[in-house]
Design a protein around this ligand. Structure first.
Ligand code: IRN
Ligand code: FE2
Length: 636
């Protein structure tokens, strides 16, 4: 689709993306000052009596990335962007200045281009930059012992009102304390050296950022963002990639994909646009995004030189960095570890260099037979990063593109270099995360995490999957979620989603949703396995709803209530089925959960133990089973 004729008509937010999820309401948890209001989603449950004798099921609080879009009280107007939630916090620090206009050459030229007038963002806003000699990074504050409002915000956000939930359970349970005990039970995890505290405090957040173990991506030019944190002692996060290419997609479609992606749980969004109107697309996305936005600036730099990698140079790249930093991009993928001497190491690979940014830089290095200018200018880049608080996402330009190439010399050499660059960035108090693979068979995954922690001094790892096999085009959200769950468990802080269109085409909105949900479940499985305090609360609530045949609650507590309900209703669409003690999978006579409940009731009536009842019940059921035609269904 071409650019909309009048943005006012075409740029309306997709209405599906602004519907609150079923039985959910947006709540705001207050911090130490009135302007710290941390959004969360509260899922309420039915008050159907429970197996424990009449107690209510208190609401469950879950992490909410959807911003004001799912808040019926918020005014959404994508023509003017979201409210600048952090503007006051940024200004009160007194270490930055408002510029009169854009300072990148390219930005100025764009601003003056009459052809783009109708696409230009209506909101006139001047970019901010650190005052000369100042550093506005969250890491800089953290290292000076300052707990910023952003840090307090994420501390509240990560705790998910666990204590309040426990209190509500105790109250609901009344004299029966078994409910609270049961619902907050959790398996001990194996955290592989991570140190997950029982309760996240603002001071803990500060210390993790100061140590470089976590980043809080928050460009001062993206005041609309709701602070979040990426680090292995916090909830595992997921990133969703969007972006047009030269062949397909428009600005409004990309804004729609962003709002759609965060509705389902994307913690950050990367705009990987390479097509036309790249600056404007990004502007619309950032002004309307409550989550941090990442980009790969070399893509736009390449567009500026007509797609010829050899024509790139430091000046064009530098100008692109400033242009995007002034727009408010929160983190930059920078492929500074693709060194000239590593390029020949890819010659014997099955799939060569598969990173877009990596191949651009490799081509430049070979064409000039010179060292990568991102590497030679790394300290200059740090100077830009700290003037706006853009975080590094050090790119894995030499990641493997097939399971055969995993953990090879090229990949690991680059990782070591990323470790050296991390230390340089940290000398400038610039926040860093490290990008990781790619395609890795399961037995080689842990080595990636271990080496990253050692060589990159525990900087957060951010991996693309990894895909654990190459044989399933069309299903690479799954081949990669298998690897993502594992590497997340070992300590990866953020998982970059892979959609089912990977290797095949540009994802559409449905692919975005499937990808996000798939990664959300991988991230949560990792939180559970790590023993993240409270990770199991939602599982317990859902398990209990399932066991008690509270169908609506089972749907609503899930990651994708719509799909769960639709699947259920395919065979049992009637409202009465929502209270039925069976589903169509096993039918009324073979539901194991129903049988267990019968056993319990039977036990209570007879005054015998569950175990005795089970034995007797089984005998009765075996008779029923034989009568019913002894047909078994595959069931887990
Ligand atoms: C994440 C980890 N490793 C790579 N990624 C993401 O892959 C990166 O953040 C970006 O969103 C995408 C494409 O990067 P390349 O192909 O330019 O390296
Ligand atoms: Fe791939």
């Amino acid at each position: 689709m071409n650019a909309p004729a009048t943005p006012n008509q075409a740029m309306v937010v997709d209405t599906a993306a602004i519907q609150p999820l079923p039985n959910s309401r947006k709540i705001h948890v207050a911090g130490s000052r009135p302007d710290i209001r941390v959004p969360m989603r509260e899922i309420s449950q039915s008050d159907t009596p429970t197996q424990f004798g009449g107690e209510a099921n208190p609401p469950i609080t879950v992490y909410d990335t959807s911003g004001p879009y799912t808040d019926p009280d918020a005014r959404i107007d994508i023509q003017s962007g979201l409210a600048p939630l952090r503007a006051g916090w940024i200004a009160e620090r007194g270490d930055c200045e408002q510029l009169a206009g854009l300072s990148s050459e390219y930005g100025r030229a764009r601003e003056a281009d009459p052809k783009l007038a109708e696409l230009r963002f209506n909101l006139t806003r001047q970019p901010r930059r650190a005052l000369p000699g100042r550093n506005v990074s969250q890491m800089h504050y953290a290292r000076r012992g300052i707990v910023t409002p952003e840090m307090e915000f994420v501390a509240i956000r990560e705790n998910l009102r666990r204590r309040e939930y426990l209190d509500a359970l105790r109250e609901a349970g009344g004299k029966n304390s078994r409910l609270a005990e049961l619902m907050t039970r959790q398996h001990p995890g194996q955290a592989y050296g991570a140190a997950l505290p029982e309760e996240i405090t603002p001071e803990f957040v500060r210390a993790e950022i100061a140590a470089g173990r976590a980043i809080l991506p928050a460009n001062i030019n993206h005041p609309e963002s709701e602070p979040m944190i990426i680090g292995r002692n916090f909830l595992v996060k997921i990133n969703g990639n969007i972006g047009n290419s030269a062949v397909t997609s428009s600005i409004s479609e990309e804004v729609d994909k962003m709002t759609w992606g965060i509705r389902w749980g994307a913690d950050t969004i990367m705009d990987l646009s390479t097509g036309k109107n790249i600056h404007e697309t990004r502007e619309w996305i950032i002004r309307n995004s409550p989550v941090p936005i990442g980009t790969v600036p070399i893509y736009q730099a390449l567009e500026k030189v007509g797609g010829k990698a050899e024509d790139l140079n430091w000046e064009i790249f530098r100008d692109t960095l400033i242009e995007q930093a002034e727009q408010g991009v929160d983190y930059f993928t920078i492929h500074a570890g693709v060194l000239l001497r590593y390029v020949p190491m890819t010659a014997g690979r099955m799939t060569g260099i598969v990173s877009r940014g990596g191949s651009i830089m490799a081509k430049w290095c070979l064409a000039h037979h010179r060292e990568n200018f991102l590497y030679t200018h790394f300290e200059d880049i740090c100077e830009i990063m700290k003037a706006y608080d853009v975080a590094f996402s050090l790119g894995d330009g030499l990641r493997p593109g097939s399971v055969w190439d995993a953990n090879d010399e090229a990949q690991l050499s680059e990782l070591k270099t990323l470790g050296e660059l991390t230390e340089i960035a940290w000398r400038h108090d610039v926040q860093v995360m490290i990008e990781g693979p790619g395609h890795v068979p399961m037995q080689l995954i842990k080595e990636n995490m271990d080496k990253e922690l050692e060589w990159c001094r525990e900087a957060p790892f951010y991996t693309l999957g990894p895909l654990t096999t190459d044989i399933a085009p069309g299903y690479d959200h799954i081949t990669s979620a298998i690897g993502a769950a594992q590497i997340g468990w070992y300590g990866t802080a953020m998982l970059c989603y892979v959609t089912q269109k990977e290797h095949l085409g540009l994802p559409d909105k449905n692919d975005v949703k499937e990808g996000i949900i798939t990664y959300k479940l991988a991230a949560h499985a990792a939180d559970l396995a790590k023993g993240h305090p409270g990770a199991q609360i939602r599982d317990n609530a859902l398990s209990k709803a399932r066991f008690e045949f509270r169908w609506e609650d089972q749907f609503n507590l899930g990651l994708d209530p719509d799909k769960a309900r639709a699947f259920h209703d395919e065979t049992l669409p009637k409202d009465s089925a929502k209270v039925a003690h069976f589903c169509s999978m096993c039918g009324p006579h073979f539901c194991s959960m129903k049988i267990t409940q019968d056993v319990r009731e039977y036990a209570a009536k007879q005054g015998i133990s569950d175990q005795d009842a089970l034995t007797r019940g089984m005998q009765t059921k075996s008779v029923e089973f034989l009568k019913g035609g002894s047909k078994l269904y595959d069931k887990v």
